[in-house]
Design a protein around this ligand. Structure first.
Ligand SMILES: CC(C)(COP(=O)(O)OP(=O)(O)OC[C@H]1O[C@@H](n2cnc3c(N)ncnc32)[C@H](O)[C@@H]1OP(=O)(O)O)[C@@H](O)C(=O)NCCC(=O)NCCS
Length: 184
């Protein structure tokens, strides 16, 4: 049986985890939902994730972490039971282009390279499908995300758009990786 999410996980400072990237499984949705709510002011609902993953063009990868103690790794059984979802990425791949729709890392495990790992895995997977262009949109005030994408080789287009939905101007910028018409 999968371990319960530790109650104080969002304030946990025990960051000794082994991270692996794997495909999405149905039971991940509860943990995804917790991270989603902690990461976005307008989080997707569980239903939105379920609907998204049901699309034939949609893919999702999970960063899974397992705690290790000072004595070394846990046994394989313990590995399964203690594993927690620490991040996720949802993307679509259609007509030679991939679009990253969601990326989030558990707040307690940020700045440990997990965002890079997830993005790298997507770039590797889409390359195998002969997709050479990956796009996403990023809130210009989201410094962490913007810096991550830049570090991974994404280029920002020159135009901003107001994604609307409130009285406050919320500007997003399209960023792209690869392709013939990479913006600057
Ligand atoms: C954006 C996010 C996914 C980054 O995940 P992460 O696992 O912390 O990222 P990484 O540890 O792989 O960071 C890689 C690089 O991104 C940049 N970066 C990450 N967080 C940063 C921050 N808070 N400030 C500035 N740069 C940051 C750095 O260049 C970093 O490299 P470095 O650590 O060598 O300096 C994470 O902050 C998050 O989940 N945020 C909330 C959800 C969100 O905004 N998602 C993106 C929607 S577009």
């Amino acid at each position: 049986m999968k371990a319960d999410y530790p109650k104080d996980i969002f304030s946990s400072h025990n960051n000794s985890l082994i991270i692996s990237i794997r495909g999405y499984r149905r039971h991940d949705i509860e943990e995804i939902s917790l991270i989603e709510k902690a990461s976005f002011t307008a989080p997707w609902s569980k239903e939105a994730f379920i609907k998204e993953i049901a699309s034939p063009y949609s893919h999702a990868m999970i960063a899974e972490g397992v705690p290790v103690n000072d004595n070394g790794h846990l046994s394989k059984k313990a590995f399964r039971d203690a594993s927690i979802v620490v991040g996720y990425i949802f993307f679509t791949a259609i007509l030679g282009e991939a679009y990253i729709k969601k990326l989030a890392v558990h707040p307690s495990y940020r700045r440990q390279g997990i965002g890079c790992l997830l993005l790298n895995e997507v770039l590797r997977l889409v390359k195998k499908q002969d997709i050479d262009k990956v796009i996403l949109d990023c809130d210009i005030n989201n410094r962490a995300a913007f810096c991550l994408y830049k570090k991974m080789g994404f280029k920002a287009s020159s135009s901003l758009y107001d994604r609307g939905g409130s009285n406050i101007k919320n500007f997003n910028i399209i960023m792209s990786y690869g392709g013939e018409t990479n913006g600057d």
